[in-house]
Design a protein around this ligand. Structure first.
Ligand SMILES: [Zn+2]
Length: 201
């Protein structure tokens, strides 16, 4: 996937909607260094927001705050279930988009920074015609994620069927499919941060 995942400058209202519940109550006395490993999933977000996150990390409550907001676990546990899940949304929102030949959880997919999932375009010659075959792979850790984060990944990868870059058209499509897309992406990054720090049991 393209390396950029930030909808910077698109006025999505992320900074106003992307706050952390209860974060305002926790002040961090530790100088913030956004390049620290702990915040590597959150590059590109406003410093004030990252400071709230650092406060929750310092207080050890990041996992709790997320658990309160996202208490559920989805039931999309198998590749077959994931395929059906993705195809239902494709039929609903992206009827005319390229066919998807494969959908699967991938344990080899490393979730680092912006690489949350992958979409591949495999060209094969079929009957003299070049046809694009599309595959959607989702990192295995999302098998046990709150349903909102799986939905965010699915919507992201589906949007790439029509929009290659992370541009305005891409994020418009994401928010069309999932109105809370930006909040979910931010909170998903918080969840990945919490996991990496052992704050999500
Ligand atoms: Zn992408």
């Amino acid at each position: 996937m393209p390396s950029r995942s930030r909808p910077d400058g698109q006025g999505g209202g992320r900074s106003s909607r992307g706050g952390v519940a209860g974060a305002g109550a926790v002040a961090s006395a530790i100088p913030l260094n956004p390049s620290t490993k702990a915040l590597s999933y959150l590059g590109g977000y406003p410093p004030a927001l990252l400071q709230q996150v650092q406060g929750l990390i310092d207080a050890g409550t990041l996992g709790e705050v997320l658990r309160q907001r996202y208490p559920d676990v989805h039931e999309v546990r198998t590749d077959k279930a994931l395929y059906d899940h993705v195809m239902e949304r494709k039929a609903r929102f992206l009827r005319g988009a390229d066919p998807v030949s494969k959908v699967a959880y991938d344990s080899k997919l490393q979730v680092i920074q912006h690489a949350l999932g992958t979409h591949t375009r495999v060209s094969r010659v079929q009957g003299g015609q070049l046809k694009a075959k599309r595959e959607i792979r989702v990192a295995s850790l999302f098998r046990e994620a709150p349903p909102e984060f799986l939905e965010m990944i699915v919507v992201h990868e589906l949007a790439h069927l029509k929009e290659r870059e992370h541009d305005k058209a891409f994020y418009s499509l994401c928010t069309h499919m999932a109105p809370h897309y930006h909040q979910w992406e931010f909170d998903c990054r918080l969840w990945l941060t919490a996991r990496s720090l052992g704050l999500w049991a």
